[in-house]
Design a protein around this ligand. Structure first.
Ligand SMILES: CC(C)(COP(=O)(O)OP(=O)(O)OC[C@H]1O[C@@H](n2cnc3c(N)ncnc32)[C@H](O)[C@@H]1OP(=O)(O)O)[C@@H](O)C(=O)NCCC(=O)NCCS
Length: 188
């Protein structure tokens, strides 16, 4: 059975939490201290999908991973920049799912008109650094002591990738509903 990709829905919250909860509980990959409730995760999915893509990949009803984009910073001039992130089920890592999710996410973002992508990676995280470099991100620097969790300070490496050449004058980014999702999502 192949792995199928699609846009997330709020009903994916429990399966997404199955992947995300151990990351919050056991690692500094996420700087959250508490695992979000299902209602909170439903709200996050809903608010991201108001304008930004959130993709999931599943096989035989099992969530293999997910990737989403969101606003990087608030001010208006940042309208064409996104922050991206990706999580793959621990049992499914190194199977190409992270790369496939990111590739489809970037395709959607390009079609929407986004120009620049940014990602932050708590160090050390060889897998995430490896994936971001493999898909074309370049390191821009490390913010030391960026977060305090589990009794220690942790640095965050930032990465950037130009999604497409910046136009002289950008148009407003397009809504998700205007995209042809059949041409964006892939199967593995
Ligand atoms: C980072 C993560 C999403 C990678 O997903 P994945 O599906 O395992 O990655 P892929 O199989 O698509 O790997 C694509 C490429 O990324 C790099 N990569 C992936 N895992 C790696 C690892 N453990 N060490 C070094 N490079 C790695 C490789 O270049 C790989 O290509 P290759 O397998 O042909 O060598 C996954 O390890 C994960 O979910 N980690 C925990 C959550 C996390 O850190 N998310 C990122 C938050 S910033």
């Amino acid at each position: 059975m192949s792995a199928l990709m699609r846009l997330a829905t709020e009903d994916d919250a429990p399966a997404i939490l199955d992947i995300y909860a151990p990351i919050v509980r056991e690692t500094v990959i996420s700087f959250e201290y508490e695992v979000p409730s299902e209602a909170e995760m439903r709200g996050r999915i809903r608010s991201k999908l108001a304008h930004y893509p959130w993709l999931v990949m599943e096989r035989d009803g099992m969530m293999l991973g997910y990737a989403y984009a969101g606003r990087w910073r608030d001010r208006k001039a940042y309208d064409w920049t996104v922050e991206t992130t990706v999580y793959v089920n621990a049992a499914a890592r190194r199977g190409g799912f992270g790369k496939a999710l990111y590739a489809a996410l970037f395709k959607a973002l390009r079609l929407q008109g986004f120009v620049q992508a940014v990602a932050g990676v708590t160090l050390p995280n060889d897998a995430s650094v490896g994936l971001h470099e493999a898909v074309g991100f370049a390191a821009t620097g490390v913010t030391h002591n960026a977060g305090y969790k589990f009794g220690g300070w942790h640095g965050v490496a930032f990465f950037e990738m130009t999604l497409q050449p910046p136009p002289d004058v950008p148009s407003p980014t397009k809504d998700l509903a205007s995209l042809d999702w059949e041409s964006i999502v892939t199967s593995l």
